[in-house]
Design a protein around this ligand. Structure first.
Ligand code: ADP
Ligand code: MG
Length: 344
């Protein structure tokens, strides 16, 4: 059997059997980060993400600084999705021998910039020669046991919410890859490229939601895929209201100029690194007002959890609804192998 027949998530489901042989694992494979208990009450969060040249990024489309910064950002985003605080990072790099020293130093400048901004220490790693540039970061974080947020706590009736806007990163990637540069206004292009190349992990927002959200995940593969993950782990169904999916004016403008569907970018594009979370309906208004007042980040309701037998549906303003396919990105099912997005 070939990997592409079962896909990335099918493979992980097979590998996850028989992995645990000791105590201290609160949550192993299946969430944004592993949750480990070394000392009772204080939980360690551990996550890693690997980025491979040609697969996750093209050297001509990203500066070394942006690459290093983004490699750390996508890992910090997984800690944010657990309600945690990142503390330490290990960095393994595979380097083609002809790569310039300045390029590698640039990657580290980017990582150090974000590490400084988030009070994270780079404490080790590994360096090897490799046929293509490869970056594999492991981040260790922490969270109080009573504030940990998993993917599995959502209940029917809980509202589903997202921070910020969706689809901007996919729009930025589409602009980068557009063969013929379209007449996208400079300021529109700038904000979309920044969304793709310089995502910000929602650490303050995740921390605010710690102990409040019933389930949470970061949006690395696209909203649809993440709703499916929360529903699968929580044992619920969901409805997503199409007109409530937050899409910014720059994303809409780029979609219009490129002849693309902005909702498609928001649902299936991925790499927005916003947070998708569930809140009991009685708490949603108070929590979202307070989150925005504290962090400055807008938050919007995009749907609602339903009993599992109702499935996962996308509902249009007309009242018509269709099953919402998970879509999203799968490393072994991607067409053509030319993917240049940086995904977890
Ligand atoms: P994310 O997008 O949040 O980084 P992934 O979809 O990459 O998460 O991974 C889903 C889950 O599977 C996580 O718990 C991750 O730690 C686990 N996982 C992924 N690859 C492997 C592997 N090769 N061996 C063990 N666990 C894995
Ligand atoms: Mg994640």
């Amino acid at each position: 059997m070939e990997l592409k027949e079962i896909g990335e998530f099918g493979l992980i489901d097979r590998l996850r059997v028989g992995c645990l042989h000791g105590g201290g694992v609160i949550r192993g494979i299946g969430d944004d980060a592993a949750v480990l208990e070394f000392t009772p009450g204080a939980l360690v969060l551990a996550t890693c993400d690997m980025l491979v040249e040609g697969r996750h990024f093209l050297r001509q489309h990203i500066t070394p600084y942006q690459l290093g910064r983004k490699a750390l950002a996508v890992n910090l985003s997984d800690i944010a999705a657990m309600g945690g605080t990142p503390r330490h990072v290990l960095v393994s790099i595979g380097l083609p021998p002809d790569l310039g020293v300045e390029f590698v130093e640039g990657i580290y400048e980017g990582m150090k910039g974000l590490a400084a901004a988030t009070s994270v220490n780079i404490v080790g790693g590994d360096t090897v020669a490799a046929p293509v540039l490869t970056l594999d970061l492991t981040v260790l974080g922490e969270v109080e046991s009573e504030r940990l947020v998993l993917r599995c706590g959502a209940r029917p009736g809980d509202l589903l919410l997202v921070t910020g806007e969706l689809g901007a990163s996919a729009a930025g990637l589409a602009l980068l890859l557009a063969a013929k540069k379209t007449a996208v206004p400079e300021e529109v292009a700038r904000s979309l490229l920044a969304a793709h190349l310089e995502p910000r992990p929602r650490l303050a927002e995740g921390r605010f939601l710690a102990g409040k959200a019933t389930a949470m995940i970061d949006i690395s593969d696209g909203l649809a895929s993440e709703v499916h993950h929360i529903c699968a782990e929580s044992g619920v169904g969901a409805v997503v209201w199409a007109e409530r999916v937050p899409i910014g004016p720059a994303t809409r403008e780029a979609a219009r100029l490129l002849g693309r569907d902005p909702l498609d970018w928001a649902l299936y594009g991925g790499e927005d690194y916003e947070l998708l979370f569930a809140l009991p309906p009685g708490r949603a208004e108070e929590v979202t007002l307070c989150l925005t007042a504290t962090t400055g980040t807008p938050v919007g309701v995009i749907g609602e959890c339903r009993p599992a037998e109702e499935g996962i549906r996308l509902c249009y303003p007309s009242g018509e609804s269709v099953p919402l396919s998970p879509g999203g990105f799968d490393h072994f099912r991607a067409e053509g192998g030319g993917e240049t997005a940086l995904r977890g």
